[in-house]
Design a protein around this ligand. Sequence first.
Ligand code: URP
Ligand code: ZN
Ligand code: ZN
Length: 484
Amino acid sequence: MTKVIKNGTIVTADLTYKADVLIDGGKIVEIGPDLTGDEVLDATGCYVMPGGIDPHVHLEMPFMGTYSSDDFESGTRAALAGGTTMVVDFCLPSPGQGLLDGLQMWDNKSTRAACDYSFHMAITWWSEQVFNEMEQVVKERGINTFKHFLAYKGALMVNDDELFASFNRCAELGAIPLVHAENGDVVAELSTKLLAQGNTGPEAHAYSRPTQVEGEATNRAIMLADMAGVPLYVVHTSCEEAHEAIRRARQQGKRVWGEPLIQHLTLDESEYFNADWDHAARRVMSPPFRNKQHQDSLWAGLQSGSLSVVATDHCAFTTDQKRFGVGDFTKIPNGTGGLEDRIPMLWTYGVGTGRLTPQEFVAVTSTNIAKILNVYPKKGAILVGADADIVVLDPEKEKTITASKQQSAIDYNVFEGKHVKGLPRFTLTRGQVAVRDGEMHHEVGHGQFVKREPSGPVSKALSSWKELTAPRPVERTGIPATGV
Ligand code: URP
Ligand code: ZN
Ligand code: ZN
């Protein structure tokens, strides 16, 4: 059965024009005037855009002694409700665990996804097994991105020698390394000092992670990536110091991308101060929310192209989970939600304010990341042959965000009370209408894993394993228990 989206204005990262879109078998098969199909989706007054791609989510992730509360079902439902049609989750083997073993766990969890998804693979320790399995992850499993945490000391953090070794391995596999860029040693020092001084509340989380720790780590990762001859993707870029490093690197011709989050763009550090414990703790994430100057820097980066992608880092914990940290802010599970709100919030605060054009909006919510992840034009495009992952956005439809009406499984929303204008009339995932006028029609298990080819050339002769000069002893830790 064919579907046709009629009377809308198509907006891609390059073009804005009026045309109908014909869909068959989950793909776009024709674009043009006066098309007919078995089912008509009326897009009068709407923009027809590539579905959003959120490249940074943590669904049912073991972290800080618990699991993030949205699983692949509620998380992808929230994504679709908000016009996002593909998510990329992080497979997070615990230190001591093999990458393929970790992937098995993520394969099992993701069977209930309602939209398409992919994984980044996290490198949380370094060994001959990890080195060897990276090749299989790329060549056999279609995962071309490897995540490194420079924070979370004693849990997920890797040291510089491990980071550099992994970057070199990425270079020869044609893969792209990702970094969570905060100096974990300094964060641990500052956290200990703050606690010793009696600063135990959630606002101390922000004091323990000043912008310099992010700037330092971003600069360091860029330099190491340059020495390894590999591109670099910096997740959750939240401040001018990190943005400056990325901007400079790009100006020098380095392939470095920065990813601000919708939370950092629209919520500031005042959320931690003069607020009750629960309010502040619910907003504890790393990096923390920053002041208005840093927000302006992020918006300027999106406008000028020095920052490339807007994500959410959706990692949702309930209030009860956040209360693990009463009396010790380092035990508050780090993370906030946002999957359902990214598209309406960015449309409202970006396009609605004139900061972004609709085409720039499509670039930073979908097309740029599709290209970086090497899934373009299957994803991130309105083109014949592309997957029919489409959001039909009604710029006049509005709502006030409230947790009581959200799809996410948690009991609050960090954007509670924000009024947004620009909501999906339809969200289509490979041609299936998952959202129709605010009602969910998604299908649990419809989502498919998206394999990704290496982004760069793979070396003909791969190197062989070399032990580090002073390797870090790693014990199998199971669920990472600490967050500093
Ligand atoms: O606070 C955050 N960002 N939690 C999720 C894990 C991560 O660091 O991305
Ligand atoms: Zn992170
Ligand atoms: Zn994250």
